[in-house]
Design a binder for this molecule. Structure first.
Ligand SMILES: Cc1cc2nc3c(=O)[nH]c(=O)nc-3n(C[C@H](O)[C@H](O)[C@H](O)COP(=O)(O)O)c2cc1C
Length: 210
């Protein structure tokens, strides 16, 4: 396997550091060929048994988008109710989705019974199909950031409430709903950190030796 030049390695680390979840978008369209490049990057992700279980749904239909926006508003109101006073106030001040502004809505699903991969790996850990689809999202997310495109993952939705509106094949599971577009801002640290919601931990807190 060819080694990548040192300069590239440094820039790759910068890409990891500067990738952001984006909730504020300019309304300008994203060219189709650029979107295809993002999907090609996603399609190069690792997958259990080479099952390639990711499935992408472009949500362009205004009525379907409206259903997602309404479900987000419902779920977000419900979520804010679990916090007490100061934290609830802070929660309500956060912008947690760019659904109305983002020119592209992309639903990433997982095929739970893929015809590729011959079941390798998932007999013991069936959840690895979903894990593979998440790897695809990460590829897309990083490629988008490298190209100046913003991606925001919206999880404040109950997928079961949207299945009918999306009319998904029965074997497709919901993985992630992504807003994609040109970012209005490109902060160097997570927006939730800027807002005082939480902070990035030192790596040592996430390491265990056995
Ligand atoms: C699985 C997943 C779901 C997420 N869901 C939401 C969401 O619903 N709303 C939101 O504003 N951010 C969401 N995020 C983004 C996180 O808040 C964000 O990744 C984190 O605060 C770190 O910021 P950064 O991605 O800009 O580094 C999600 C991220 C992941 C990985």
């Amino acid at each position: 396997m060819p080694a990548f030049p040192t300069n590239f390695q440094i820039q790759l680390q910068e890409l990891f550091r500067l990738r952001r979840d984006v909730r504020r978008f300019r309304p300008d369209p994203v060219p189709e060929d650029l979107l295809t490049e993002l999907l090609e990057a996603a399609h190069h992700a690792p997958s259990v048994g080479l099952s390639q279980p990711w499935r992408f749904v472009r949500v362009d239909d205004p009525a379907r988008r409206q259903a997602v926006i309404a479900e987000f508003q419902r779920a977000n109101d419900a979520a804010s109710a679990v916090y007490d006073s100061d934290r609830a106030r802070l929660y309500r001040s956060l912008k947690l989705a760019g659904l109305k502004e983002a020119p592209v809505h992309l639903l990433v699903c997982v095929e739970t019974d893929p015809d590729s991969g011959h079941g390798l790996g998932r007999q013991t850990q069936p959840e690895t199909l979903r894990d593979s689809a998440v790897c695809a999202i990460q590829n897309l997310w990083l490629t988008a950031r490298a190209k100046g495109v913003g991606v925001g993952w919206v999880s404040i939705l109950e997928p079961e409430r949207l299945r009918e509106a999306m009319d998904l094949p029965a074997t497709w599971g919901w993985v992630g709903y992504l807003c994609i577009g040109w970012p209005l801002e490109e902060p160097e640290i997570p927006v939730l950190e800027i807002a005082g919601w939480d902070h990035r931990n030192p790596l040592a807190k996430h390491l265990l030796q056995r």
